[in-house]
Design a protein around this ligand. Structure first.
Ligand code: ADP
Ligand code: 5GP
Length: 192
């Protein structure tokens, strides 16, 4: 797909704070629109189909891959697939907005490697794996087993930070919001 509009990617190991920062950007900049991904993960009690994700069956996800409906996708955790829908990107660009992706490190790396000009990528990290563990426990949305899976993957994901345009340590949340906001604002102002 050739790019007609802009994309901002927030990527990070799970628990680093990218959803928090994504929500901040969406509240602050009306010209940004969240690209709702498809996933085979089960919804959390607070999640609504079509808002955080389109929750689909593994069969439906396979059909999306087969029909070329996904811009990128990854098996982020064993048997848990996540993918960016072409239809979301088109919907957002048609509305004259900038697409905001909240995607995993490997999916983000895949998009980066394609060398598009109008993509900004921001990697968010917590200051240590211990801090990540505390945040995941504090969020209370995952079982202990799922937290261990996420921390194991985080160790590998930290190696990927070098592939992205910016790396931000999310320690002090209000500072991280300001930095992410400034970077996003500058990018959105640039001529295509
Ligand atoms: P991600 O989307 O990367 O998995 P979240 O945005 O859900 O991460 O953040 C994980 C948890 O950590 C949430 O409970 C969130 O409120 C909390 N959190 C986010 N940023 C900070 C921060 N700078 N300091 C302390 N807690 C934070
Ligand atoms: P969660 O289960 O916590 O919502 O998300 C787990 C991970 O999957 C996060 O790193 C999140 O950013 C990532 N993710 C969400 N949507 C997509 C997507 O469309 N593509 C990819 N590659 N990763 C995604």
């Amino acid at each position: 797909m050739s790019l007609q509009g802009k994309i901002i990617i927030l990527t990070a190991p799970s628990g680093s704070g990218k959803t928090t920062l994504a929500n901040y950007l969406l509240e602050t900049f009306g010209q940004l629109s969240f690209s709702v991904s498809a996933t085979t993960r089960k919804p959390r009690p607070v999640e609504t189909n079509g808002k955080e994700y389109y929750f689909v069956s593994p069969e439906d996800f396979r059909a999306m891959i087969h029909n070329d409906e996904l811009f990128e996708y990854q098996e982020v955790y064993e048997n848990q697939y996540y993918g960016t829908l072409m239809s979301e990107i088109q919907r957002i660009w048609k509305a004259g907005k900038v697409a905001l992706f909240d995607i995993d490190v490997k999916g983000a790396h895949f998009v980066e490697q394609r060398g598009y000009k109008n993509v900004l990528s921001i990697y968010v990290k917590a200051s240590s794996l211990e801090v990540l563990r505390k945040r995941l426990e504090g969020r209370g949305t995952e079982s202990e087993e799922a937290i261990v899976k996420r921390l194991n993957r985080a160790a590998e994901e930290l190696e990927y930070s070098k592939y992205f345009d910016y790396v931000i340590t999310n320690d002090n949340l209000s500072l991280a919001k300001k930095v992410v906001g400034m970077i996003a604002e500058e990018f959105m102002k640039e001529e295509i």
